[in-house]
Design a protein around this ligand. Structure first.
Ligand code: HEM
Length: 398
């Protein structure tokens, strides 16, 4: 039975299935694909759950991504839910064009399909090395610590030129930054530590360039040290926790059905299967924030300048008007056009890299350990996360 809708509910976060968004989001989408949403500070904004509506807003430059206007839909201990500050230097995800365009132009060429394919042999070696280590140590193992986290961490460190010896500190701070369990104060400390680390690295690259992305930007762009450090932290954090979440959560899902494990290892279905996993799991589980710069009449609704809008990417990716039987995982479906990487000018700059890592990761894992399975009861697997939904620990055996 459909629960009664209150005119201004808070964002639903309770899941009945670990791999699917809260079912209330489907009820909202069916009845009011754009509806009022109450934010943790009591402010009334909007929640978008329909695929078509989400895509139109993300493609429309009347809707701003500036952090001054952003409000987070879920409370974090001690945090002011209204971010309310101008973008940090280099954090172009929090800027609008033309400021945003300046950064995006400088970086776009570094993340093309060709560029990321050049990295693929190296990534395959990293994956194989980690699987060898797992095999040698024998089961059980924590798939997050031994596989899902180190692969993207190493890849992004290599791309940017972050020495691997600094990885432990970097990983710790990155996790604190995105954890729902950390306080606002801890978040700020982690951010300061990451930025300080990047500043030092940039100073070194300005005098002694290497063949990495930060060295190229330090020499071929007009970005100053603060902007470069910001770009560095943004790429490190965005490029690391996201792919780690997808590798962990996706592997957990794939191991629950032998047919899926077979489909992900078959070369003819692997690429499409990765796309479907991205759609089905949509790890940006609280969606992305936007705000109208001017009053906008949208399908008969007045979205006022400055109001907060949360675009639920998971709900949009389960819209039956766009995907047939959207709540069914079908690794052979054409899942292209999903919004897991967002849409419009802010669409994920690292999506080619992410796809390449996932395409290298899952097939190798299930090719090597076709009988991979949980080593603990499913109730003991802790799921969740602040920025991205994922699995914290995943004890597995084979
Ligand atoms: C499966 C992995 C990933 C997912 C699901 C993901 C998802 C997203 C989404 C939804 C956005 C749009 C945010 C918005 O509209 O406000 C975004 C933007 C962004 N992503 Fe990713 N991402 C992933 C991997 C990566 C990687 C590997 C990198 C870096 C190497 C990266 C860097 C960025 C950056 C810099 C932006 C901001 C782009 C802009 O504002 O122009 N992401 N990502």
């Amino acid at each position: 039975m459909t629960p009664p809708l209150s005119p201004a509910d808070t964002l639903p976060t309770e899941r009945s299935c670990p791999f699917s968004p809260p079912s209330l989001l489907s009820v909202y989408r069916e009845q009011e694909p754009i509806r009022r949403l109450r934010y943790p500070d009591g402010h009334l904004g909007w929640l978008v759950t329909g695929y078509g509506q989400a895509r139109r807003i993300l493609a429309d430059n009347r809707f701003s991504a500036r952090s001054e206007l952003k409000r987070v839909p879920v409370a974090r201990p001690g945090a002011d839910p209204f971010i309310g500050q101008p973008a940090l230097p280099g954090w172009f995800v929090d800027m609008d064009p033309p400021e945003h365009t300046r950064f995006r132009r400088l970086l776009a060429g570094q993340f093309t399909v060709r560029r990321t394919q050049e990295l693929r042999p190296r990534v395959e070696l990293l994956v194989a090395g980690h699987l060898d280590t797992m095999a040698e140590a024998g089961p059980p193992t924590d798939l997050v610590t031994d596989f899902a986290l180190p692969i993207p961490s190493l890849v992004i460190c290599e791309l940017l030129g972050v020495p691997y010896s600094d990885r432990a500190d970097f990983q710790h701070n990155s996790t604190v930054l995105f954890s729902l369990d950390s306080t606002a104060e801890e978040g700020v400390e982690a951010m300061d530590a990451l930025t300080g680390f990047l500043r030092g690295l940039i100073r070194r690259r300005r005098t002694r360039p290497e063949s990495d992305l930060l060295s190229r930007l330090a020499h071929d762009s007009d970005l100053d040290d603060e902007e470069l450090a910001g770009v560095g932290v943004l790429l490190l954090t965005a490029g690391h926790e996201t792919v780690a979440s997808m590798l962990g959560l996706g592997s957990y899902l794939l191991m629950s059905h032998p047919q899926w494990a077979a489909q992900i290892t078959a070369p003819e279905t692997a690429d499409g299967a990765v796309e479907e996993l991205l759609r089905y799991l949509t790890i940006f589980h609280f969606g992305v924030p936007r705000s109208p710069l001017i009053d906008v009449d949208f399908d008969g609704l007045l979205l006022r300048a400055g109001e907060s809008i949360t675009i639920s990417l998971p709900a949009a990716n389960r819209d039956p008007d766009r995907f047939t039987a959207p709540d069914r995982l079908d690794l052979t479906r054409a899942a292209g056009g999903h919004l897991a990487f967002g849409y419009g000018v802010h669409q994920c700059i690292g999506q080619n890299l992410a796809r390449m890592e996932l395409r290298a990761g899952y097939p190798a894992l299930f090719g090597r350990f076709p009988r991979l399975r949980l080593a603990v009861p499913a109730e003991e697997v802790r799921l969740g996360g602040a920025g991205f939904y994922g699995v914290h620990r995943l004890p597995v055996t084979w």
